[in-house]
Design a protein around this ligand. Sequence first.
Ligand code: IMP
Ligand code: MG
Length: 181
Amino acid sequence: MNTMNCDLSAVLFDEYRIQARIRELGVQITHDYKEKKPVMVGILKGGFVFLADLIRSISIPMQVDFLAISSYGSGTVSTGVVKIHKDLDIDINGRDVIIVEDIVDSGLSLGYITEYINKHNPHSVKTCVLLDKPKAHKIDVVFDYVGFAIGHEFVVGYGLDYNETYRNLPYIGILKEEIYQ
Ligand code: IMP
Ligand code: MG
């Protein structure tokens, strides 16, 4: 038994459910980008586990890059202030970009990232997010690929953290409120 498990009130998505959904997303992306060679831009740190599994479910040539941002500080509420810690290495001018993000809450981070990517004149930009909190959006955000929609609960695991912890849980669970209150 994982000792981090007692900090969770419930497991939302187990490993099997996550992998099954990722296989579906991979098939869809493979189909949509058949004649193309997309650049998958993983948003660090939260998106790294999802990206690692997602790219292995895609069977066309593609490239990977990372953008490291921070939007939360150490709490559980988005500040709306996004800071870039690591920029793109690949020149995305004229390229087909897929932004890969762990979770969308207010939508402020993804809105900022999409705008930032668009400034580099890509040929197209699509977004792929593992988790979406539709009721928490503060701005209009459009996704092309979504893993699962969830409620307002704060979740951890499978790359997602609270205070840089829990990223290594192989499943996604709801963090007990007493941990962050
Ligand atoms: P937004 O800007 O409010 O949409 O927040 C998006 C970012 O906040 C995500 O990329 C995550 O890094 C983090 N985040 C939002 N909700 C959660 C959560 O439930 N658990 C862990 N991180 C979260
Ligand atoms: Mg993130």
